[in-house]
Design a protein around this ligand. Structure first.
Ligand SMILES: [Zn+2]
Length: 487
């Protein structure tokens, strides 16, 4: 017995020593970037122009004719009038009439071009919450150090920052070696099929392939991930796919005074309960693992021990991460029942009851694998599972996090924003890169704006705004990026 305890003691010492060693080894990469002098930006001027851009009510409603409103045309004319040098050095064509595709010809045709992109359409403002806005949503007011209004974060700010950068550089006589394309979508908020989809079709027809593209899809996160003392630039290398399933239960109709044991509604309720009982399998593999592996070394010691010793703590770590909606969405495909439909009268038995479930598809899954997951959990051949509207987007490819484009972006972030953590991430919503990835070797998704948790709530929400400082830094970022990429 004594011997047993001696061995046990020795075993524990070895276990602790291995963990301590692995934790000690698990240190952040030290990345030194050459310090550069950042370009000067006139904050007041940029803020005023951003305000002007917001005043065009370029709202995507999904209604066929509303898109042709004067505001869309007005915004395009404004881009031409406001950025004369940029419009002189670049050629422009309009895709689908409303998405400008700019080309800044490089001097060296042997270099593959790159694409910088953003969208200028915005989501509508809910009439119910109007009085909660501190500034009117299309006022473009500059107040308290912020520029206010719809599109301030998503995504007119990126359009304006990119154009400001090109304007400043072209006015100073800069010419790129590498050809740079700029594309500003007019219909991203409703899928981007005409705008970004049209741009991708144009490039395909011309046989033009990008080395890489940069789009929205993430930001510089400040105080968003708890336990980190530094800002995080999550350069997203992939985005989730999208599909919605209609789940239908059927039964005999009739009068509700003589009901059967189960109605279509109660059958459906059981099916949804079974579907919701288990999450889609996921965990720390693939794109999820890359994100947390890159982030892990920066956590405080007690968390770092877990990340450094995933051979031992992976189940613990996965259960901690699935405890929060935000990190759970990084680990797996998600499912959200969003709509219900039964009989249209309280005393009529429904012949069918339908639940609509929206899925966001992790790169390890597919539309078909999620249909199989759904059918397996419901396990009832009488319940029908169909793709709503007959369409869905498969998850994107996972772009190279060791590629030239990623490295260049990482360097640029460090040059402009100083000491921050750069990680390869996953966009959990959809972006125009769904289209652009078809004509780019690699697609990266991040806007160079500092975001706090509070800002994220303003996306598509009330009191959308961007700080004047964040806007100016974004202009610097695109200038440095173009300088780095164009050599
Ligand atoms: Zn957007």
């Amino acid at each position: 017995m004594k011997k047993f305890f001696r061995w046990l003691g020795l075993g524990l010492v070895v276990l602790i020593a291995v963990q301590a060693y692995k934790t000690w080894q698990y240190a952040p990469d030290t990345v030194a970037v050459a310090q550069i002098e950042l370009p000067q930006v006139d904050e007041t001027l940029v803020a005023a122009r951003m305000g002007e851009a917001i005043r065009f009510q370029t709202i995507s409603t999904g209604e066929p004719d509303a898109v042709r409103s004067a505001d869309f045309q007005g915004f395009l004319d404004w881009l031409v009038a406001t950025y004369p040098f940029a419009n002189k050095v670049m050629s422009r064509q309009l895709i689908a009439g409303l998405t400008p595709l700019y080309r800044w010809q490089g001097s060296d045709d042997s270099l593959k071009p790159i694409l910088l992109t953003a969208h200028y359409d915005v989501v509508p403002v809910a009439a119910s919450g109007l009085s909660d806005w501190q500034q009117k949503p299309f006022s473009g007011a500059v107040a308290d150090g912020f520029i206010w209004g719809r599109g301030a974060l998503d995504d007119k700010s990126a359009v304006v920052a990119i154009m400001e950068a090109v304007e400043a550089m072209s006015a100073a006589g800069f010419t790129p070696k590498r050809t740079i394309y700029l594309s500003f979508g007019h219909d991203e908020e409703i899928g981007g099929a005409d705008g970004a989809g049209g741009v991708a079709a144009y490039f395909k027809a011309q046989n033009i392939q990008m080395a890489w593209s940069l789009d929205e899809g993430s930001m510089i996160l400040r105080d968003v991930i708890s336990g980190l003392g530094q800002d995080v630039a999550s350069i997203n290398v992939a985005e989730k796919g999208y599909v919605t399933l209609d789940i239908t239960a059927s039964a005999e109709g009739g009068h509700s005074s003589l009901p059967p044991r189960d109605t279509a509604v109660s059958k459906l309720a059981k099916a949804i309960t079974k579907l919701q009982a288990k999450p889609v399998p996921g965990g720390l593999t693939g794109a999820s693992k890359d994100f947390f592996d890159a982030l892990g070394p920066y956590f405080s010691l007690e968390k770092r021990v877990l990340f450094a010793n995933q051979w031992l703590y992976r189940p613990v770590l996965e259960s901690v991460l699935s405890g929060s909606n935000a990190t759970d969405a990084m680990l797996r495909s998600t499912k959200a029942p969003t709509m219900l439909q039964g009989s249209n009268k309280e005393n009529v038995l429904p012949q069918t009851a339908v639940a609509t479930v929206n899925f966001r598809i992790h790169p390890r899954d597919s539309i078909q694998s999620l249909i199989a997951h759904t059918k397996a959990l419901i396990d009832d051949p009488e319940i029908k599972v169909e793709i709503r509207g007959g369409w869905g987007n498969e998850p994107s490819r996972v772009s190279d996090r060791n590629g030239e484009g990623f490295k260049m972006l990482a360097t640029t972030f460090r040059q402009v924003f100083g000491d921050l953590i750069v990680v390869p991430g996953l966009t959990v919503a959809g972006t125009d890169s769904v289209h652009y990835e078809t004509i780019s070797d690699d697609s990266y998704r991040i806007n160079p704006f500092v975001f706090t948790g509070e800002d994220i709530k303003r996306l598509h929400g009330r009191n959308e705004r961007i700080s004047v400082q964040a806007m100016a830094q974004a202009v610097q970022f695109y200038q440095v990026l173009i300088g780095n990429a164009a050599q």
